[in-house]
Structure formats: C-alpha cells, structure tokens
Design a binder for this molecule. Structure first.
Ligand code: SF4
Ligand code: SF4
Length: 320
C-alpha cells in the first residue's frame, strides 16, 4: 500500500549536499520557498516569495529567443541587456526553462514530495553518518511548510539522521507543534529587537517571534529537547549596533539562560548582490561593507559576554 504521508509536497528551491555551516557534521540542506519576513539584507531572496519564479543567467544566454516565443503568458521580451521578465505576468510554468538550449534559465521552486527529498538525503547518508551530520531545513521559512517538514523529519529520524530546523520564529504555533517533536536542533533567529526597526528592516514586528520562542522554551523544559541555538546576522547599520546586540544579550540572559548551546553572530557579506539583479529587486547595501573595525567591535562584544557562548561566523572585508 502506498504511504500517502510521504507524498506530501513542499516547495523547494535548492538542495545542497555536504554543507558545513548549518549544524554538526556534513549537512544536506533543504531550502524551502516562502517567508513571512522580508529582511532587507536577505541572502536568499529567491526564497522569499512562495510562488514559483525564474531567473536568467544572462552570461549563458545565446539570444535565440526560443523562450520569448514559447512563453504562454508573453512574460518574456528581448531587451538591451538580455531577456526581460515581466514578473507580474509570469506564472512559473517553466516552459521557458524546458526550451532554452543554453540552460540559461533556472527554476526557483519545485513541488517535491517527502519521498523524493528523502531519497536525495539517503544518497548523502554515508557522509552524514561518517561526520555525525544530518539534514537542515531552511529557506525562506520552513515553518510555513509544517506538514512537509514534519514528515521529512520523521523519515530521517527513522533512519537515525539528525534533524535541524532553521526558523525566523514568525510562524504559527501549529507549525511548532508539528515540527519541534521531530527536531534535534533549532536555529532561532534574533535579529532586531526594537519594534519599529524590526517592522522597517524585516517587514514584521517581534511579538509572534517571542511567542514562538516561549513555546519552544516550554517544550524544552518539559521534554529536555531539542537543542536550541540563536543566530543574529551582523548587518552594518541595521543589526550591528551595540544597543541592539546588548538588548538581544539581555533577552537571552534573562529568559533562556541554560536552555541554549550557542549564539552565532553571522557576519555580513554582499555576495548575494547578483541574486537581486537576477530577480529585478533592489539591493539596499550597495557599497556597504562590514570592515575590520566593525569586526573588532563584534570580537570585543564576544569577549565581554563569555556566558552567552558566542560564535562568530562568516567573513568580513579588511580595511584598505
Ligand atoms: S515560467 Fe512560464 S510564464 Fe514564466 S516566463 Fe517562463 S514560460 Fe513564461
Ligand atoms: S531560450 Fe535561453 S538562450 Fe534563448 S534567448 Fe531565452 S534565455 Fe537566451
């Protein structure tokens, strides 16, 4: 009999093997489409919309116009700098992807069943086992696909594969109820504490996020798991102020001391800028760098707060 549970679908925009930045050991990382936030610095802007999208690698395009002719929505047209996508018209049918002889058009989002994704995870299992790694779901916001994530985690757990859930926390309690019991490690983002700044920089306030964190805290106090790690992106001019970091430190110290194993401060870089161009979206950090002096401030903050188990990750630009 068919196991219908593993036929649940999730919209995935990337699967990455042998990732070393999202949990212990090697990770198979599943990137899910759709996010309730819209952080100005998002490094995966292709994950924000829940819809299927495309982007065009203009350097690969040979200008044959097959995509323009094939698009049933007339969403593509030739422009001075390559093919132009009318994103209001595009419905994500991917006809253009199929006809492009140069493989210049990429799909952003495919509806994959749990069984398809799990088979892909199993291919990596020797590496996951050897490194005591596992899978990590991220996005986008995987908490918007709770049925898919929980079923995938159940399959993984049945095979002894470690599961990590990377969340903004801006998700319904129902999603936590479905996912957290099958999760070994939660990465929980704490980005901006000031309510008005949070709305401006991330598109949402913080109350839903703290409700989720309180729910996880209560679950962990009752069940002793999952492991909890905090993450803060260090974005120049947006999240890296001493005031913001001190407020996060106070929140962690006052409410979650003893419940978390690490607070990761992830340094800003601008390597995602070309993604914004490909998506026809504005990039808000043109010319902005996290320089060596800003890095030294973060190191000082870490040294001054040894109880907060801070880890600095990512890289920064050396001063000229
Ligand atoms: S995905 Fe479909 S609708 Fe969108 S541009 Fe390609 S062919 Fe047109
Ligand atoms: S089909 Fe591919 S190669 Fe041809 S114009 Fe479109 S993007 Fe360029």
């Amino acid at each position: 009999m068919q196991d219908t549970n593993t036929e649940v679908k999730g919209r995935v925009f990337k699967i990455e093997s042998l990732n070393t930045h999202n949990g212990p050991g090697y990770r198979t990382v599943i990137y899910m489409k759709g996010c309730p936030l819209n952080c100005l610095w998002c490094h995966n802007p292709e994950g924000i919309s829940s819809g299927k999208e495309i982007w065009i690698m203009h350097s690969k395009c040979i200008g044959c116009l097959s995509c323009v002719d094939a698009c049933p929505q007339s969403a593509l047209s030739p422009g001075e700098n390559g093919i132009i996508v009318n994103r209001d018209k595009c419905v994500g049918c991917y006809t253009c992807v199929d006809v492009c002889p140069a493989k210049a058009i990429e799909k952003l989002g495919e509806d994959l069943t749990v069984s398809v994704v799990f088979d892909r995870v199993l291919r990596d299992k020797p590496f996951l086992d050897a490194s005591e790694g596992g899978i990590t779901v991220t996005g986008g916001e995987p908490g918007l696909s709770p049925e898919f994530v929980s079923r995938l985690f159940i399959e993984c757990r049945n095979e002894g594969i470690h599961t990590a859930f990377d969340t903004s926390g801006h998700i319904p309690t129902k999603a936590l109820e479905m996912i957290i019991p099958h999760t070994d490690l939660v990465f929980f983002d704490l980005k901006v504490m000031d309510e008005e700044s949070a709305k401006h920089l991330t598109g949402q306030g913080t109350s839903r996020i703290f409700d989720s964190l309180e729910w996880i805290k209560a679950y962990k106090e009752q069940h002793g798991k999952p492991e909890l790690q905090f993450r803060t992106p260090i974005i120049p001019g947006s999240t890296n102020s001493v005031e913001n970091l001190n407020t996060i430190a106070q929140v962690i110290r006052d409410n979650y001391s003893g419940l978390f194993t690490e607070w990761e401060l992830n340094l800003f870089n601008d390597i995602c800028e070309d993604k914004y161009q490909r998506l026809d979206k504005p990039w808000h950090y043109t010319g902005i760098k996290l320089d060596h002096n800003a890095y030294l401030q973060i190191e000082k903050f870490k040294d001054e707060n040894p109880d907060l188990k801070i880890k600095i990750s990512g890289f920064y630009q050396k001063n000229a």
